[in-house]
Design a protein around this ligand. Sequence first.
Ligand code: NAD
Length: 455
Amino acid sequence: MAIHTLNPATGKKLRTYREHSPRQCELAVARAQRAFAAWRRTSLGRRTARLRALARELHRQRADFAALATAEMGKPVTQALAEVEKCALGCQFFADHGAAWLADERPAGAPAHRYVTCQPLGVLLAIMPWNFPFWQIYRVAAPALLGGNTVLLKHAANVTGCALLIEASFRRAGFPPGVFQALVVGPEQASALVSHPGVAAVTFTGSTATGKKIAALAGAALKKGVFELGGSDPYLVLADADLALAAEACAAARLYNNGQSCVAAKRLIVVESVRAEFEALLVARLAARRSGDPRAATADLGPLARADLRDRLHAQVRQSVRCGAKLLLGGRVPAGPGFFYPPTVLTGVRPGMAAYDDETFGPVAVVISAPDEAAAVRLANDTPYGLGAAVFTRDRRRGEHIAREQLECGNAFVNEFVRSHPALPFGGVKQSGHGRELGAFGLREFVNCKTVSVG
Ligand code: NAD
């Protein structure tokens, strides 16, 4: 089978790739297992040195990496460059701190002759989405490889070129053959690999629907898994918020990555007394964003990554309007080539509307009115998802209380746009998945915390 990549800014074909055959997949698993036998015995110092070399390689190649992401999935090139730099920093970060997190430990109260050691699990299968085509991969691979595992990547088809460039970066950084491999396969072969006896564990990032299928397969085989799934992050704007700050953060968080981020500001829950003023500020900011060729440094917004994703987003907007939501901005598919969608604002959004009930993956800001703070918190949690959330208020202590105690999610921010950092665990609760990436928690997901007793 062939895989075609398209440029979403033009709709034109970029390249055709041949899918790996089942036999090639078998060989890749065997290679990953052989590489694991040697890599796990490679000293932590040497593994760390490879990660540092990888960080240098990413920094050196950032322009080529960024250009390819922009061509394959339409991210504005300035954001693509920032993503590559974040990958380099992430690799550097795990090189600087990972060894300490993997060190043997004698927990307080343990007998003097017993301790815990972190041993690798084996071959990790990583099934990944296209929206951050580099960051998703390096944030998984850097800690997994540092811990002594080897990695097989199954990337999304529309970023196959990125997958192969990533594989080459590991080679150029001096990782031994087989330690990191990219497989060009579709969903069927990827599912078969989840159950393959040569695969020790699975990490999946993508939609909740697919995550459930992969988790079922991993569960049936009793394999360890981390699942980073969809989100519908609430951003609460309370009556005492700095509305200009809140409108700017919501506009930026909704449009970042062309609105295609798991932790985008997907539901803006605004206390009714400030709703009209907030909406005016938000619409002004979104209307001023420049949409266009994502290769241009001036573009704030590029196309959506695929035609079907734009169709789906537009159908969600239309269904919501049919059910009574009001369009304050955008909402029309532009004429011309590519899969562009304008910054859009919907207000009066309620349960039963797609913009309330489902994840919207694109530049559509959804305003939901709340009579007061307590109702805002209730609405924020009235979702199957639990990835990120933000609250805007001038009372930082009240904001902290809401973020810490009341919002059901894995990342809760006050007066800020939600984003990940290599030092801090990232992940969700409820239908946004389980397990964590990044930080010491992420690093320890794919190790065997083994108790050793030397009597
Ligand atoms: P998707 O679930 O369609 O695809 C994700 C990956 O799974 C791709 O590689 C795809 O080819 C593969 N896949 C699809 N069906 C499969 C199957 N039956 N068996 C095996 N593999 C299969 O998701 P997407 O549209 O690429 O990504 C967008 C989604 O990802 C959004 O819901 C977004 O919120 C979520 N996401 C979550 C995080 C997070 O950290 N929680 C980060 C980024 C994206």
